[in-house]
Write a protein that binds this ligand. Structure first.
Ligand code: GLU
Length: 493
């Protein structure tokens, strides 16, 4: 296999949403293929008909596309080894299962569901050793006659009764299992569908897969796959099992920790690029650098199988937040502005606002897109003022001073010919001189009047530009009215 073109596959079962673990498998498979100039194949494993969930296949396509993990062959684009949907390959699996029966490596089993259930019950309390091989030695002619007569059956794989099976995994090393622990697993179910375990091996072989990459939960089934490869006389692919993903408490990542699927992370306001970068580091590190910011394109040349570690990989939302901030800062302005507009437009409704300035102000200050509505809510709500609000110790500002400052400013602001950043800047600079005030006092008073908040994204000029002339002047007037009226009321007579 050393000289073969590298071929990896993402083989999801359409049984639900795309979890972080699935996406990591897809990403690593994609990268292993790209680094080697090989092929990345998408195969839909839909043989477990009862577990299929509507919309799951679409979610798989959308996620891969959004993340830029473009496959080279797959159900939607075809390829030389199709069909790439397992339910369309049933005759193939049957053919290979019959081949195994004929060569004595598999057998039809006629045991009823009731018998299997009672076997299960008998074994409760003891270690479950699985199916008792009741039909393993039925005479092939008798079995053929029973099938002919229409009896329901499954096809089971004959496991060796003694000895050991070993295999080498690129991440976990050599693993040896006692064959006595291996159940005679079902290959073809009574409904004619193959089991996942069987179809997966047959397809990996027929599709020329060189590297089988998947979560470590499949490690324990790998000896069975190995025995199938051996029974067929097929070359065993390179196994690359990926470490468990855990939360910061060391427990398996689950809902309890937060968003665990791609869609949930997107809804929570993370960029696909940041998610992909984060996921790349769930079990892999580049080795020669501590750098953690890698775009997909950079990963396509930096990724190595030897950099995959078997220690559980910690999914840290704190780290994802940090990564998202970096990706937001690096977004082209027009792309970022469109994202901000998507969040802000529904809030501003018909009210005019300067989206470019809003995007500029938020770029260095946003952790997650979903935080934007809350951050900018004050821009669409009517500010409520208190006298305390205007007490800025550091700028030596208080309510009385703010009233004087705003009063002196308002006429000039109303007459400002052009309401833009540089005109507002000049106006405030002039006010600093004419009012003999510090910059912090002037800007502070305006910012508080415009926002009604002590902490705001952006300063006085930026907020004035975002809100526009009419809204800004109306807010300053309201603040002045409040300051003047509350002054009278609060003064002792
Ligand atoms: N259909 C399996 C799953 O979705 C694929 C496992 C594998 O990659 O072999 O988990």
């Amino acid at each position: 296999m050393a000289n073969a073109v590298v071929r990896t596959r993402f083989a999801p079962s359409p049984t639900g949403i795309m979890h972080i673990g699935n996406l990591r498998s897809a990403l690593y498979e994609y990268l292993i293929a790209r680094v080697a100039g090989g092929h990345f194949i998408l195969r839909i494993e839909d043989t477990d008909r009862e577990r299929i969930v509507d919309g799951a296949v679409e979610a798989i396509y959308n996620t891969l596309q959004t993340c830029g993990l473009q496959h080279d062959e797959g159900p939607d684009i075809g390829g030389p080894f199709g069909p790439y949907i397992q339910s369309e390959r049933l005759p193939t699996y049957r053919r290979y299962a019959i081949e195994l029966v004929e060569q004595g490596d598999a057998y039809p089993c006629f045991c009823s569901i009731e018998r299997l259930a009672s076997l299960h019950e008998e074994q409760v309390g003891e270690a479950f050793i699985g199916y008792d091989r009741h039909c393993r030695d039925i005479d092939p002619a008798d079995a053929a006659a029973r099938i002919e007569a229409g009896e329901s059956y499954v096809i089971r794989q004959k496991m060796p009764l003694d000895g050991e099976t070993s295999f080498t995994d690129a991440v976990y090393g050599t693993i040896i299992v006692d064959n006595k622990t291996l159940e005679d697993q079902v290959l073809i179910k009574s409904d004619g569908y193959p089991t996942y375990n069987f179809a997966n091996v047959v397809d990996d072989q027929l599709m020329g897969i060189t590297h089988v990459v998947r979560g470590s939960e499949y490690l324990s089934s790998t000896p069975k796959y190995n025995l199938l490869y051996e029974a067929f006389g097929w070359e065993i692919p390179v196994y690359v099992h990926l470490p468990l993903i855990v939360g910061e408490d060391g427990r398996k990542l689950s809902k309890r920790h937060g968003a665990t699927s791609f869609d949930e992370l997107i809804d929570a306001g993370y960029l696909p690029e940041a998610i992909i970068n984060m996921i790349a580091f769930l079990g892999w590190s580049p080795g020669n650098t501590t750098r953690e910011n890698f775009t997909l394109e950079e990963l396509e040349s930096a990724f190595t199988i030897s950099g995959i570690n078997k220690a559980p990989a910690v999914f840290s939302y704190k780290k994802l937040n940090w990564m998202n901030e970096q990706y937001i800062k690096n977004l082209p302005d027009d792309k970022w502005c469109a994202m901000v507009k998507e969040k802000a437009d529904p809030l501003f409704e018909e009210k005019p606002y300067d989206a470019t300035m809003l995007a500029h102000v938020l770029k260095e200050r946003t952790t997650r897109l979903s935080d934007i509505p809350e951050t900018i809510a004050f821009m669409v709500e009517t500010p409520t003022y208190t006298r305390d609000l205007f007490t800025l110790k550091r700028a030596k500002l208080n309510a009385e001073k703010a009233a004087v400052i705003l009063d002196a400013l308002i006429t000039d602001m109303q007459m400002l010919p052009s309401w833009d950043e540089s005109s507002l800047h000049d106006l405030f600079e002039l006010a600093i001189v004419t009012q003999s005030r510090k910059k912090g006092e002037i800007m502070g008073a305006v910012r508080l009047a415009l926002s009604g908040k002590t902490i705001t994204p952006g300063g006085a000029i930026e907020l004035a530009v975002i809100l526009g002339r009419d809204e800004s002047l109306s807010r300053i007037k309201n603040a002045l009215t409040f300051l003047n009226e509350s002054d009278v009321v609060s003064e002792p007579v």
